[in-house]
Design a protein around this ligand. Structure first.
Ligand code: SF4
Length: 168
């Protein structure tokens, strides 16, 4: 597995997990937050004001979250656009970030499946899907794409079929 593919680089991100995603007050998060609304602790430089004390202050869910590199990919695609003032651009950014989360998650699952004892034909299918997922995730697209939706659907079916094979 190429580690660089899946390592979140928060220094190159607009704090997207702290803005785009929603969370509810619970033992994982200290307050309610709507999707698209910046966390009350997110600073203007996209750093977290309570980063060192997140767990102590009841934000263990933030510590546990891993975007697998979706954040910096979405941020790079929207660099230079005024998404903070234009709600239409912001909506596109958050939608693309959400799709990149799924792409990176599926990509990692298919990379991990390289070690599985499955048939050569299944490994060939796995590699084919992986190549398409990588192309989608590494593209500079600013929009949710139908081709990404299609490969995510196919990947899901493939992983289900693998689970059934391995259960036999
Ligand atoms: S979305 Fe990912 S890269 Fe961005 S701040 Fe969150 S964890 Fe870091």
């Amino acid at each position: 597995m190429s580690e660089a593919n899946f390592t979140a680089d928060c220094s190159q991100c607009f704090g997207l997990c702290c803005t785009a995603l929603s969370f509810e007050r619970s033992n994982q998060f200290g307050h309610d937050k709507l999707g698209g609304e910046p966390c009350q602790y997110l600073q203007r430089d996209f750093r977290c004001r309570i980063h060192a004390q997140r767990e102590a202050l009841g934000y263990g869910g933030c510590e546990a979250f891993d975007c697998l590199g979706a954040g910096q990919r979405a941020s790079a695609a929207f660099a230079g656009l005024n998404w903070q003032r234009d709600t239409g651009i912001a909506r596109r950014l958050y939608a693309r970030f959400s799709q990149l989360l799924l792409l990176q998650e599926m990509r990692q699952a298919l990379e991990t499946a390289a070690t599985l004892d499955i048939s050569p034909a299944q490994h060939a299918q796995r590699r084919g899907l992986l190549a398409r997922l990588s192309q989608e995730a590494d593209s500079a697209s600013r929009d949710v794409t139908d081709t990404a939706l299609a490969v995510l659907g196919e990947g899901k079916s493939f992983l289900r079929s693998l689970a059934a094979t391995l259960a036999d």
